[in-house]
Write a new protein. Structure first.
Length: 796
């Protein structure tokens, strides 16, 4: 609502209409004053909330920094190393974000609160003082005027003249106060338009500048996040496979606890109660006993020791063991033993009748009741019928199911699997089953193949080589892994090696269709690791090595061509490195550590000037990279067959990718392993193990030449010196799609030939850049699902 202007001439008339208009100005002034108070109050609350939030984030960051993962076993996989270091990376990222926020909060009070407070006190407060003076002079003038008008005309002329002078003086003072007040109130009314808005604008500018810097950190975080997602997904798959094996082991332990024993452990061990006779009576003392049948030694460790007692472990040599008659003692489950070290018999009480039978069987006691092991079904053998079955299954899968999504991961019906196996391995007509007919679906065929391989009397990769294969997979040296596994494959018996080659060749063919079936080498390793390899003893420690079995199968798939092109030059495996006590020091993937940024001016500097200043800085110059605005020009995609113009190999810098691009990179990584392995039959193929960019602040290595066909170079590393410890990343297993509303445009490389084009495409303001950013978001999201050109891998 507009107010009519206050004319200076109306100050002399002082009409009721003038007073009414002046009252509207005063009400507006009071409303503005109240609004500024609210803004100051809420601004202080916002700044305090930001400080409190920043403190909470810092505390959260410190908590993450202080946590350290422990692990089961003696070695971590590469993915587990990345996960173990993730909390430290998160903490460093949060710390850097909060450092930017603290810089913004430090200036928030000077930008917002103080200017508004000064305007309210100096301008509005001064106007209120003018109002008081105006009202005081007006009241004084009109009261004197009333008295003057009541003077009698019969007064002396001198008195009347003096009264006139007094009235004129007060009228002059009142008119002057009125003019000053009208001038001041109109001035405040006009100046508030910029005096109030400017501080809020400056505060928002600093807030959005912080958000812009946060976007830069987010883009640095994207490659690390993608690699960590792959590590998490691989570790989750290993966990699922290990959990199934542990559940099966737990079930077997419930049925027959003594069938799951590690070599070198006592024949039997557990808690027993011993009858001890004292002068005042008999007491039963709890012992933890360990009996070794070969040496007939019984070790008894007391459990209920009294405070201060010095009774230690007892080592006894067994002479005989006899079951105690039920009616000879008031305790149940008792048996007597005789030892060389003690005269007389020692009465022991077991925990149950079944437990007593186990102890007496182990000690060759009288009236023994031997424990019968679990009866197993007739085991399958690696014979001609088995080879025929495997070949028929492979032909059926490659003929009608190689592109089926989740092939080998999806489980078939147990009834159908047993029906197929019984029909195929029927002694009367073995192998007389047509798997190409419609009677057998792909799930049944793949599940039957896995069941056959898992239930062989000895796994395909044999018990004898199991430990050496696992140790090879645990090595941090990638060359050693490949060389050791290559040598160990040729130590397998001929039939086993032939079966392994048949299976791995098939898995390579399946992985070549990973775009359709979503089965990467890493997926296949999770499925066939426990199938082709298993430890001879069923223990939790053996189950914890399943993840390394998966890695062995994955390496066989990725390097099939090299491994089966012929035996290694040295037929013996490389020397096995000594076992580690602590975790190996493997350099994990990290978030980019950027140099400190120049702090931009919070208000007053134009976006164009700061952008031009940033573009003028070169990577090798003395300037420090300042935060870039959101509006970035898109770098043209590389042409498949030619080099990018203007790119110096030694000075090139890896481009951070948007999340859709990183998702496609995962699919290409899946294809890269299979394609490389498939081409290996025609020549020697270098290791397709991918190196995760450490993204640390150092000079990037030269890029290899761009390949002529998509996927040709995916997964091919550069030559490395001996002892180099790169971080590897295996192909992803359909990682969960991260939530992303709009893809973030890639950073612009600081190249001279692109600066001119960047300046033309760059919007003139932050608002314009955001508008352009959101206009193109939907189109980019739509294109993200379609195949694009080759995405160069980060190599640094």
């Amino acid at each position: 609502m507009g107010h009519p202007p206050l004319e200076f001439s109306d100050c002399y008339l002082d009409s009721p209409d003038f007073r009414e208009r002046l009252k509207c100005y005063e009400q507006e002034l009071e409303r503005t004053n109240k609004f500024i108070k609210e803004v100051i109050k809420d601004g202080n609350a916002l700044i305090a909330a930001i400080r409190g939030y920043s403190s909470a984030v810092q505390k959260f960051s410190q908590t993450l920094q202080s946590f350290q993962f422990d692990f089961i076993g003696d070695t971590l996989t590469d993915d587990e190393i990345n996960i173990a270091e993730s909390f430290k990376e998160f903490a460093e990222l949060l710390h850097e974000v909060e450092l930017e926020r603290s810089m913004m909060v430090q200036n928030a009070s000077d930008l917002l609160i103080k200017p508004l407070e000064n305007f309210r006190k100096e301008q509005i407060g001064f106007t209120k003082e003018r109002k008081k003076k105006f009202e005081k002079d007006g009241e004084k003038f009109y009261s004197m005027l009333d008295r003057h008008l009541h003077l009698s005309s019969k007064k002396k002329e001198s008195q009347l003249q003096e009264a006139d002078l007094q009235v004129d003086k007060e009228r002059h003072n009142f008119f002057e106060s009125s003019l000053e007040y009208v001038y001041q109130i109109q001035e405040v009314q006009e100046s508030k338009k910029f005096s109030i808005v400017e501080p809020v604008l400056a505060f928002l500018h600093s807030l959005f500048t912080y958000n812009n810097l946060t976007v830069e950190l987010t883009q640095d975080f994207l490659p690390y996040k993608q690699q960590l997602q792959l590590s998490l997904q691989n570790t989750r798959n290993h966990f699922s496979s290990t959990r199934e094996e542990l559940e099966d082991l737990k079930k077997r332990m419930k049925e027959a606890p003594l069938t799951c024993k590690l070599p070198g452990q006592p024949t039997i061990e557990g808690y027993l109660y011993t009858q001890e006779k004292w002068a005042l009576g008999i007491s039963w003392v709890k012992y933890y006993c360990q009996y070794e049948k070969e040496a007939k030694t019984l070790r008894m460790t007391p459990i209920d020791q009294k405070p201060g007692a010095k009774q230690g472990t007892l080592d006894l040599t067994l002479k005989s063991c006899v079951r105690r008659k039920t009616d000879s003692i008031d305790k149940r489950f008792c048996f007597d033993i005789e030892t060389n070290e003690r005269s007389g018999t020692i009465t022991l009480q077991a925990l149950s009748e079944a437990n007593r039978r186990l102890w007496m069987e182990a000690m060759d006691g009288k009236e023994p009741i031997y424990h019968s092991p679990i009866t197993k079904q007739e085991e399958m053998e690696l014979n001609e019928v088995g080879f025929k079955f495997v070949r028929k299954c492979i032909n059926a899968v490659e003929t009608k199911g190689i592109t089926t999504e989740g092939v080998y991961r999806t489980v078939g019906s147990n009834i159908q699997v047993q029906k197929l196996l019984n029909a195929f391995f029927d002694p009367k007509c073995p192998g007389d089953v047509d798997l190409q007919s419609g009677d057998w679906d792909i799930k049944t065929i793949t599940s039957s193949l896995k069941f056959y391989l898992r239930n062989l009397s000895e796994p395909v990769m044999t018990y004898k080589l199991h430990k050496e294969l696992v140790l090879a997979a645990k090595s941090e040296n990638l060359d050693y892994r490949l060389g050791a596994i290559h040598a160990l494959v040729y130590k397998l018996p001929d039939k086993n090696r032939e079966m392994l080659e048949l299976l791995i060749q098939h898995l390579v063919n399946v992985c070549e269709h990973s775009r359709e079936n979503l089965m990467s080498p890493s997926n296949m390793g999770v499925i066939f690791g426990p199938t082709l390899m298993r430890a001879q003893e069923d223990t939790v420690a053996a189950m914890m090595n399943i993840k390394f079995q998966n890695i062995v199968v994955e390496i066989l798939i990725e390097h099939f061509g090299k491994i089966y092109s012929g035996p290694p030059e040295d037929t013996t495996a490389p020397p096995v490195p000594p076992p580690r006590v602590a975790a190996r020091r493997h350099k994990p993937i990290t978030i980019s550590k950027r140099p400190l940024r120049e702090r931009p001016v919070f208000f007053g500097a134009s976006v164009e000037e700061s952008t031009a200043e940033r573009l003028s800085q070169t990577p090798n110059g003395g300037g420090v990279e300042a935060p870039r605005p959101l509006h970035r020009s898109r770098v043209p995609a590389p042409r498949p067959g030619g080099d990018e113009p203007g790119r110096a190999p030694a000075e090139s810098r890896p481009q951070p990718r948007t999340e859709p691009e990183l998702g496609k990179l995962g699919s290409r990584l899946q294809d890269g392993g299979g394609k490389t392995a498939g081409r290996a039959a025609n020549g020697v193929v270098t290791s397709p193990v991918l190196r995760t960019a450490t993204l640390q602040a150092r000079r990037p290595a030269p890029r290899p030449g761009i390949c002529g066909r998509e996927g040709d170079c995916d997964g091919v590393p550069k030559p490395r010196s001996h002892g180099d410890k790169p971080v590897i990343t295996r192909p992803p297993v359909r990682p969960p799609d991260p939530p992303c509303r709009t893809p973030i445009p890639p950073k612009l490389e600081q190249r001279p030939d692109l600066i001119a084009g960047t300046a033309e495409e760059m919007p003139s303001s932050v608002v314009a850049s955001r508008t352009k950013f959101f206009e193109t978001a939907s189109r980019r999201t739509g294109r993200s699902s379609s195949p694009q050109g080759r995405i160069p891998l980060d190599e640094s």
